[in-house]
Structure formats: structure tokens, C-alpha cells
Write a protein that binds this ligand. Structure first.
Ligand code: FAD
Length: 379
């Protein structure tokens, strides 16, 4: 396991001062599906959004592992899983591809706003007819002089209702396969782009989601991220970061949930004994412990290997699968350990369970991760 330095610990401990304000009213916000601008302001002030970006753009210049370590702290301290999901979506959707593949001009124009959170980011990959099979996307972009004209629609775009900036993946070559996709940076007020109404969903209710519609939407050629035709490369890089950053937040949440369950199992008595003394409850808690340790190790180990430029295709798939399923089992176990209380909204555990279901779907479903591992094994 990684040994964290004092600087890294200080960075993570520094978050603690914001949690009381961040958590205030989190159950109400979940109930009413509210993305609260004031809470986003707190997130901005905390500096967490700027962690992995270069200092010249207002970033903190931290590496992937340090960024994840602080994000794990966010998951542990913040009870608003939807807001945390919006944080990681913002960070990885726009900032990460801009920093890695953006031109100097694009970085200068957009990274400062991404780092300080005044510009909220989102990314649009999925379409009504292409989710798991993302390369079958139908949204197209055709070149006209110094502009690209986007036509089509996207769905399930997290942050869309509040986003200022979208990274949109569109087909620029009809038969190019992976080489026929290009990534575009599109400002919200670009003529021809319409953002749909927020879509109600099962969990992560404080992280808004919507469709995007492109009707002859003209984007400057300079807004291509990387090169035309290299969108799949951009997406591959972004997906690795998305999985590592968003699921390490879940690890923090799982650790917090485990601590709650241990406390509850010690103080709640039935049949004259603490319920933790019943083996069936203790076993559930032990499985929660194994799940969180396993997920944490896989995520950090994979991030270390990625930082060493190793091929982590299989590791990322296994990490995502393990972490999302462990989070779901942990959330379900917590509801059961708390009994009737676990089922009541005021304890926040049924909300965690609803949130956790999403994790088995976004960033590639469990089935798709298994397919990836199978393909890498030559099956
Ligand atoms: C909370 C949330 C946030 C999201 N945020 C974003 C976002 O910000 N931007 C964005 O672009 N998208 C986003 N998505 C969309 C997400 O990426 C897709 O839902 C996901 O990729 C699955 O695609 P689909 O919904 O079309 O399901 P489908 O691909 O239709 O899959 C349906 C079922 O079939 C299974 N299946 C499909 N193909 C195979 C196969 N080859 N082998 C075995 N099983 C298979 C799947 O595992 C699944 O169980 C989000 C989704 C959720 C739930």
C-alpha cells in the first residue's frame, strides 16, 4: 500500500473544515433533487477542484495518487454523494482531457475556470441508441472551413443542467471505427446546442443529469481536443481517470459507512446483547471491511501502475467492477444492519443504496468490465 507523506495528509485533513457546512441539509437536498449552488461554492473554496491541474492555470499540481487520496477524504467526510459525483465528473470530464490533450490556447482559455469551479464541466458520450457500444454513436460533426458542425443528441449527461462547458464526442468519419471519433469542447451558449430538462433518477439525486441536442451547432475548429479522429484516445484516458477518481470517493463513503455500522452494532441491543455479537451481523460487517480494503488496494495499485505508464486495461476493469459491486453490497448490508432504521430516509442509508446502484452502470457496466477482462485474456 502507498505510504502517504505528511504533505498529502495535510492536504486531506484540510478538507475537514468544510464538512459541517457541506453536509448541512443533505437529506433535504436528496429528497428534493437539488444541486445547491452554495454547496458548490464551498467545494470551490476548498480548492479540491484544482488538485490535479498545473499551477500555471490555477491548479495545485498534485499527481493522480494524491488527488485520489484527497477525494477519498471527500467521500469519508461528505454525506452528499451526488455532489461528490458532480465534483469528480467536473474534474475528469473537461479538466483532465484539456490538460492532457488540449492546445496551449484551449488550456489558457478554459483551465483557470475549470480549476476554480466557476466553469462547470460535463461530458457527453452516451446516446439513446449507444451506451455500452459507445463507438456506434450517431452524433456527427462535419468540417466547414474553420468550424465543425455538430448534429445529433446525447443522453445521461451528468452535470448538464448546470454545466457551462461540455466535452462532446462525435463521429467525424463514417467508417473510421475508433479513429472516426473526435472530442470537441462546446460552450453551453453555442447556437444550435439545447440542454434538456433535468431527468429524474433513482439515486445521486443532487447531481443533475440531462440530454443534449445539437442542431447544426457550429464549433470552432480550434475547440477540438487533441486531433480530429483521436477522440477515442481522449476518451480512454478520461475513463481511466473517471473510474479511479469517482470510485475512490466511494471507498471513502464505504469506510464511513463501515464505521457507522460498527458503532451501531455495538450499541444496538436485542435479546439482551449487542447485535454485533450475533455472527450474522458480524459477518456482514466483516464482508464490508473486506470490500472496502479490496477496492481501496485495487484502485491505488492501478493508479500507481498508470503513473508508471504500465498497461492497466485489465486492472482498471477489475478495479471498477470490484469497487462498484463492493459499494453496492456495503450499502445493502448497512440498510439490513440498521433494520427498520436503515430503510428510513433520515438515516441516509437507503439513499446510499440508491446511489450505489448507479456505480454498477456508469463508466462501463459490470458486464462490460467482465467483457474487457475476457477480451484481454484472448477469450
Ligand atoms: C448515474 C449515471 C450517470 C451517467 N453519467 C453519464 C455522463 O456524464 N455522460 C455520459 O455520456 N453518459 C453517462 N451515463 C450513461 C452510462 O455511461 C450508460 O448508461 C452506460 O454506459 C450503459 O449504457 P446504456 O444505459 O445504454 O445500457 P446498454 O448498453 O443498453 O446496456 C443494457 C444492459 O445490457 C448489458 N450489455 C450491453 N452490452 C453487453 C455485452 N456486449 N455483453 C454483456 N452485456 C451487455 C449491460 O451491461 C446492461 O446490463 C450515466 C449513467 C448513469 C446511470
Amino acid at each position: 500500500m502507498v505510504k502517504w507523506t505528511e504533505d498529502q495528509r495535510d492536504l486531506r485533513d484540510g478538507l475537514a473544515q468544510w464538512f459541517t457546512a457541506l453536509n448541512d441539509g443533505h437529506l433535504e437536498r436528496d429528497k428534493n433533487a437539488v444541486f445547491d449552488g452554495d454547496k458548490w461554492k464551498i467545494i470551490r473554496e476548498s480548492g479540491i477542484l484544482s488538485l490535479p491541474f498545473e499551477e500555471q492555470w490555477g491548479g495545485l499540481g498534485q499527481d493522480l495518487l494524491t488527488t485520489m487520496y484527497v477525494l477519498e477524504g471527500l467521500g469519508h467526510g461528505s454525506r452528499d454523494g451526488g455532489l461528490s459525483f458532480s465534483v469528480t465528473t467536473h474534474m475528469v470530464s473537461t479538466g483532465v482531457p484539456l490538460q492532457r490533450f488540449g492546445s496551449a490556447d484551449l488550456k489558457a482559455r478554459y483551465l483557470p475556470g475549470v480549476c476554480d469551479g466557476t466553469t462547470i464541466g460535463a461530458h457527453a458520450i452516451s446516446e439513446p441508441d449507444s451506451g455500452s457500444d459507445a463507438l456506434k454513436m450517431r452524433t456527427t460533426a462535419r468540417r466547414e472551413g474553420d468550424r465543425w458542425i455538430l448534429s445529433g443528441s446525447k443522453t445521461f449527461v451528468s452535470n448538464a443542467p448546470v454545466a457551462d462547458l461540455f466535452v462532446v464526442y462525435a463521429r467525424t468519419h463514417p467508417d473510421g471505427g475508433p479513429l472516426g471519433i473526435t472530442a470537441f469542447l462546446v460552450e453551453r451558449d453555442t447556437p444550435g446546442l439545447t440542454v434538456g430538462k433535468p431527468i429524474d433518477k433513482m439515486g445521486l439525486k443532487t447531481s443533475p443529469i440531462a440530454e443534449l441536442f445539437f442542431d447544426e451547432c457550429a464549433v470552432p475548429a480550434a475547440n477540438v481536443i487533441g486531433r480530429p479522429g483521436a477522440g477515442f484516445l481522449v476518451l480512454d484516458h478520461v475513463m481511466k481517470w473517471e473510474i479511479l477518481c469517482s470510485f475512490i470517493v466511494n471507498v471513502g463513503e464505504m469506510q464511513h459507512r463501515l464505521e457507522r455500522c460498527v458503532d451501531y452494532a455495538k450499541q444496538r441491543t436485542q435479546f439482551g446483547k449487542p447485535i454485533g455479537s450475533f455472527q450474522s451481523i458480524a459477518n456482514k460487517i466483516v464482508d464490508m471491511k473486506i470490500g472496502v480494503e479490496n477496492a481501496r488496494r485495487w484502485l491505488y495499485e492501478t493508479a500507481s501502475r498508470l503513473m508508471n505508464n504500465e498497461n492497466v486495461t485489465v486492472d482498471v476493469a477489475i478495479s471498477k467492477l470490484l469497487a462498484s459491486e463492493a459499494n453496492l453490497s456495503s450499502a445493502l448490508a448497512a440498510v439490513q444492519i440498521f433494520g427498520g432504521n436503515g430503510y428510513m430516509a433520515e438515516f441516509g442509508l437507503e439513499r446510499d443504496l440508491r446511489n450505489a446502484v448507479g456505480g454498477t452502470i456508469y463508466s462501463g457496466t459490470t458486464d462490460i468490465q467482465r467483457n474487457r477482462v475476457a477480451a484481454m485474456m484472448g477469450l
